[in-house]
Design a protein around this ligand. Sequence first.
Ligand SMILES: [Ca+2]
Length: 371
Amino acid sequence: MKMPFKAGVWPIPKGRVKLPEPAVSDYIIPSTATASSENYIMAPDPTVTVSGDALTYSLDTTNKKITVKYVANKWSNSSDYVAITFPMDFTNILPSDTLILKFYAYNQRSDSRTLVQDGNGNTLLDIHNMTENVLKTYTVPVGDYAGTQTDIIIKVWDNCSSSSHSSSSSYNVMTVYYPEAGVRALNATDNDTSTIWHPSTTDPGKWIYIDAGAPKIISGVRIYWGSNVPNKFTVEVSTDATNWTPVYKQTIPPTPNAWQEIGFYATYARYIRIYLDDQGSDPVEIGEIQYYSSLVERVASEHGHGSGPEPWMRGANVRLRYVSKFANIQSRISSLQRDLQKSRTVNVKHVQELTGIVQDLKELVKLLHMS
Ligand SMILES: [Ca+2]
């Protein structure tokens, strides 16, 4: 049984670097994730109805979006809105699944409102004054609807009652994208432990990987497991998302609904994959994946590489370049010895060189014993 990494326990094999145990704040949330399957469902085409005459819409079934617009020189009141009804089929979703809603507000009025309801009139989201000119994504738990069908209704309003709208013929109010329900890999990198990625089946060999954005020296990963945890899993790293090297294996189930921190020898990688060797009886649930790199880079930087880490590659193992800074110590000592034998006197240059060698040796010893 392989136990999780504990700082100070592992010896340091030649050419490998052990780094200080990270604090929670040292972990980095990756911006993207990719998985072996993303079993989500896209909403079918909606029916759209207009209440009042201050708003109109265009339905784009190819790009899966609806654009709601103001009508020139009209103003609305509370009964003027566009209602977009998506007949959602949640038959195959799991209790942990979510509904993902996306909106883009263009020239949005400050008194606007967007309401999301289920088929029974229960409110799922009620957004006022949505941020303009930014794609906004909202995630709503829909586990209560698992195994059922229900409408998801999105109502776009303008509550303006006293002033006229733009004098241009019309301008965009709001683009509403078709909702998606189920699980996406990005659920594992949204900084919310309650939104979860899980594989579509319990077959062995399902996986999810995160992207650190660029190759970095990485020495740890932090996983938030949901209710269903694997019997066996492997953490792997890669620089190209094609060739994977295992850095950690576990053959006992981790604790459900909890973070697990896993440390490994510093390695040069961009992608970190959680490979599920044995899921057990239910699809494994992963709430978040974060990686540990910043302190590694800081250590490298503190040892003469201010521009960032520059690793030597030896397979998946890493030899930091700052080790090479000390590689010529032996030849410097030999050179100093030869010089001293030749001159038979000790001058300031000799003392300076000797001091420099001792300084570098001290630094090297400190680095190798770091824990
Ligand atoms: Ca999440």
